[in-house]
Design a protein around this ligand. Structure first.
Ligand code: NAP
Length: 259
């Protein structure tokens, strides 16, 4: 096996990464992180204008970016889109399952349509997209899958029990992918963000009481900036992590290390 050293270990030149739900927020920040390390990124989102504008902006900035509009919860559309990307753009070497939604309500009042939506977007999509991509990675005996988990993979909070249930399941699905696919040269790992400022957390950022509680609760004493997730993503997408499999890296300012 050829040994790489130093920054070569993290070089993503010549690799293509599909990042779901990457028209904005964490997904877009992760796409930038991988692109800065040399990868070609394929942005995905539901909103065509949003994802096209984001990809065009990246290209103007000198990065290699493409885009594909599809709904990660629709299995046949996912398989078609993945096949199309493989055929027209090229091999997907790295997949980041990032698309996710939040719905908040006391569990006793939680609407079943919101339960279905959360399970579909946060959990079923990870199965659909990963299976479609893994079917291409397996013959190549090589691939990196990164699942965006959450501190709610470990800890619950009032009004978001369904979200926590899906994120706990994604952490376990990550171990399952490792168990079934490690023998095919695929590494599947998770990144569990703490609290980062994005559209998804807007109601919390705007809630002064929550925000001040969170800063006291987090050893780092602050919210995270989305760029702070990119180091873990580049590590898990690169040769630096070739024997790391089934793990979840918590990028949370210490939140899950302290009560
Ligand atoms: P965000 O700003 O809302 O971005 C998520 C993106 O996914 C949105 O552009 C959204 O589009 C898209 N999306 C939703 N449903 C989709 C579907 N069916 N198919 C394709 N794209 C879809 O959220 P974020 O904060 O960046 O969160 C990204 C991931 O990080 C999520 O998995 C979330 O659970 C996780 N996370 C976030 C935090 C945090 O502090 N922000 C913490 C822990 C984990 P629409 O806007 O059109 O719905």
């Amino acid at each position: 096996m050829e040994m790489q050293t130093g920054t070569d270990l993290f070089n993503l030149q010549g690799r293509r990464a599909l990042v779901t739900g990457s028209g904005q927020g964490i997904g877009l920040a992760l796409a930038y992180g991988l692109a800065r390390a040399g990868a070609t990124v394929v942005l995905n989102d539901l909103d065509e204008a949003r994802v096209r504008n984001a990809a065009e902006k990246m290209v103007r900035e000198g990065f290699k970016a493409e885009y594909a509009v599809f709904d990660v919860t629709k299995q046949p559309a996912v398989a078609e889109a993945v096949d199309h990307i493989e055929k027209t753009f090229g091999a997907i070497d790295i997949l980041i399952n990032n698309a996710g939604i939040q719905r908040r309500a006391p569990l006793e009042d939680f609407a079943s349509e919101n339960w279905d939506a959360i399970v579909n977007v946060n959990l079923s999509s990870v199965f659909y997209v990963s299976q479609a991509v893994a079917r291409h990675m397996i013959p190549r005996q090589k691939g990196k899958i990164i699942n965006i988990c959450s501190v709610q993979s470990l800890l619950a909070r009032p009004t978001i029990a369904p979200y926590a249930a899906t994120k706990g399941a994604v952490a376990m699905l990550t171990k399952g992918m490792c168990t079934d696919w490690a023998k095919h040269g695929i590494q599947a790992n998770g990144i569990a963000p703490g609290y980062f400022i994005t559209e998804l957390t807007k109601p919390l950022v705007e809630n002064e009481e929550f925000s001040s509680w969170l800063c006291k609760r987090t050893p780092a004493n602050r919210w995270g900036n989305v760029e702070e997730l990119t180091g873990a993503a580049v590590f898990l997408a690169s040769n630096a992590s070739n024997f790391v499999n089934g793990q979840v890296i918590y990028v949370d300012g210490g939140l899950t290390s302290c009560v």
